[in-house]
Design a protein around this ligand. Structure first.
Ligand code: SF4
Length: 349
């Protein structure tokens, strides 16, 4: 994407001091060397992607300072934030508009609103440049404020994905999220107050989850998010470099001496399944827990990954079941989501 390959990270830049320390683990400290992305090298961006309801991806920073136990982003991008010069971000957005007539953007930062000061700067940058754009991002409950919400709306935000992962204090602690239900409630309240459309993602059945905490999450969603889009992921994917991997090893679920690839190629599906941490201690009833969510989803705009998505047999690409309609071209896509009307069933808490 960089216009001049000679200034691409790791190719020609002379690192020194702190930069060299970051680069030793593969991270360039000064992101000004990326320059402005060359959106004109993308073929048919408009017809192949944008016109179907897509967004142009824009990254304003790299890294994440949060410590969620399953996540590899801090390893891949670093656990210290590195910021692109705002002028480059704005120039890139302008270039998309000039080349492709694109005015919808997805901020693909690991999480848009952390740190808060940078998120405010991005909104100010868009407003200062007078860009007539609409944008989408993922937000973390930890640093959402009224001031930021106001600026988000003014600068063109048309939706966010809220990523609490659980609606139980105990599980938020166990998942290492760095915030509790006070922040989740605050974030939900602010988004509703400022009229920002949002969907919410939850991981059910990960380390620390019990039947009781699971019921707390469902009860919270039933009370506060019953008319909103909620996406439930049944099970936490375990990657080798995550803290969750250590937990799964300690609990005897994963044998660290047998690499994942070996299990896959050896068709040892029982062992492969253990890389998806889903209520391992609940036994046969865990399928019953999935069914509870499935029933709660009926008649609502809630989705359960294992039931509502189907994988293409050739490509593995996931799409929604035919019974779930998405209005063509809706941005973000879940704003156009409609499930066949079936009454939601009450869920025992
Ligand atoms: S906030 Fe998001 S990107 Fe950061 S560690 Fe947690 S899940 Fe990963």
């Amino acid at each position: 994407m960089a216009r001049n390959p000679g200034t691409s990270p790791g190719l020609a830049k002379e690192p020194s001091g702190a930069e060299a320390a970051q680069e030793s683990i593969g991270h360039v400290s000064d992101l000004s060397c990326i320059g402005v992305g060359a959106c004109d090298v993308i073929e048919d961006f408009r017809s192949c992607y944008y016109d179907r309801g897509g967004f142009a991806p824009i990254q304003t920073k790299r890294g994440c300072e949060m410590k969620c136990i399953y996540c590899t982003a801090p390893l891949l991008e670093g656990c210290v934030y590195r910021f692109r010069p705002m002028a480059h971000v704005i120039e890139e957005m302008k270039a998309y508009e000039e080349v492709w007539g694109v005015r919808h953007f997805f901020f693909v930062d690991s999480t848009f609103n952390h740190p808060l000061g940078h998120a405010l700067e991005v909104c100010d940058g868009i407003l200062g440049a007078g860009l007539d754009v609409e944008w989408f991002a993922e937000v973390n409950p930890v640093s959402l404020t009224g001031e930021l919400c106001r600026l988000m709306v003014r600068s063109g935000c048309i939706g966010v994905t809220l990523t609490p992962d659980s609606c139980s204090d105990a599980v938020l602690g166990a998942y290492g999220k760095g915030f509790g239900m006070a922040e989740v409630r605050n974030a939900v309240g602010l988004l509703k107050k400022h009229g920002i459309p949002f969907d919410t993602c939850l991981i059910i059945g990960g380390p620390g989850e019990t039947v009781e905490t699971f019921s707390e999450s469902i009860a919270f969603c039933s009370e506060y998010l019953k008319d909103d889009v909620v996406r439930f992921y049944d099970g936490m994917a375990i990657t080798r470099s995550s803290r969750a991997f250590g937990i799964a090893v300690e609990e005897g679920l994963i044998d660290p001496l047998r690499p994942y690839e070996e299990l896959v190629f050896g068709n040892d599906f029982r062992a492969v399944k253990r890389y998806e941490y889903f209520f391992p201690h609940v036994g046969a009833d865990r399928e019953g827990l999935s069914r509870l969510v499935e029933r709660a989803c009926r008649g609502r705009r809630w989705l359960l990954t294992s039931k509502d998505y189907v994988a293409d047999s050739l490509t593995g690409e996931l799409s929604l079941r035919p019974a779930i309609a998405v209005q063509q071209g809706a941005r973000p896509w879940w704003r156009g989501l409609e499930r066949q009307s079936q009454p939601a069933e009450p869920v025992a808490s």
